[in-house]
Design a protein around this ligand. Structure first.
Ligand SMILES: O=P(O)(O)OC[C@H]1O[C@H](OP(=O)(O)OP(=O)(O)O)[C@H](O)[C@@H]1O
Length: 263
């Protein structure tokens, strides 16, 4: 099913109407692709390039036995690809970049559930810390939306909106969408379309991860934590059929585990 949008909870009335040290393999890169502004009304005058840490395709990650991993998942993971500490360090810097660019305005941070909840919580904490320790501070409010399109390790191509706050409340606001991963780009493109119908003043997107994959539509967020290989990743709230959200590090899921937890 191509470009399907399903709204399956009556929570969005406006929508019902209209619709590491990985062996030296991590490098800091700038996104050389043309930066696409996510707001059709207020396109950035300056073409910015999103910086990110690249995890190389041949990165094997780190041995599981070097980290604390829940016993119940020990057999299911190939390796730790991004340790929790590195996620936090990169998130701290993303917070600084976001406040630098969006500061001075009230920001509404929109968390994309469920996968985005850990990154969202940590990013908000870092922005709060910046607010507390600077002469300039930016008011921050939070909103939530739940989107779902994956079953097993594949996008169904049908992005379902299954709950959340009313997007119409974001009219005229500076919105920061907080997402865990962009793979095909379908989830984010669907959300941006819905959001733009509500006429926000500005929309920026931060995604902790962007996957290098031939399945990508080419969509790139405004802020990116890491660019990752085309492998199915779990942990730090990223799931496989709801499992592995209770894992601190981002890990590569084994093929055996894909079979074990398949629906
Ligand atoms: O770029 P895409 O190919 O669209 O994939 C990205 C989306 O997939 C995951 O959501 P999922 O549907 O698994 O729901 P979840 O957040 O509840 O895990 C993830 O959290 C992103 O929202």
């Amino acid at each position: 099913m191509e470009n399907c949008l399903c709204v399956s909870a009556p929570l969005l009335p406006s929508l019902w109407d209209g619709g590491t040290g990985c062996r030296g393999s991590i490098r800091l890169l700038a996104d050389r692709r043309r930066h696409e502004s996510t707001n059709t009304n207020l396109k950035d005058k300056h073409s910015r390039m999103a910086a990110y840490l690249e995890i190389a395709d041949d990165s094997k990650g780190h041995e599981l036995s070097l980290f604390c991993v829940p016993k119940h998942y020990e057999e299911d993971l190939d390796s730790v690809i991004i340790p929790n500490g590195l996620i936090k360090d990169r998130t701290e810097r993303l917070a600084r970049d976001i406040v630098r660019d969006m500061g001075g305005h009230h920001i509404v941070a929109l968390c994309v559930l469920k996968g985005g909840y850990k990154f969202f919580a940590d990013l908000m904490d870092y922005i709060k810390t910046l607010n507390q320790n600077s002469d300039k501070s930016v008011p921050l409010t939070v909103d939530f939306i739940r989107l779902k399109s994956y079953s097993n390790d594949q996008s169904t191509n049908c992005v379902k909106v299954i709950g959340g706050d009313e997007l119409s409340a974001l009219a005229g606001k500076n919105v920061l969408i907080v997402e865990d991963i962009v793979e095909t780009g379908k989830t984010m493109e669907t959300l941006l379309k819905l959001l733009n119908e509500c006429h926000p003043k500005m929309v920026k997107v931060v995604s902790l991860l962007v996957k290098r994959t031939p399945r990508s539509s080419g969509y790139r967020p405004d802020y990116i934590g890491f660019e990752v290989p085309d492998k199915f990743l779990v942990g730090y709230a990223l799931d496989y059929n709801e499992y592995f959200r209770d894992l601190s590090h981002i890990c590569i899921l084994s093929d055996k585990a894909k079979e074990k937890y398949k629906v």
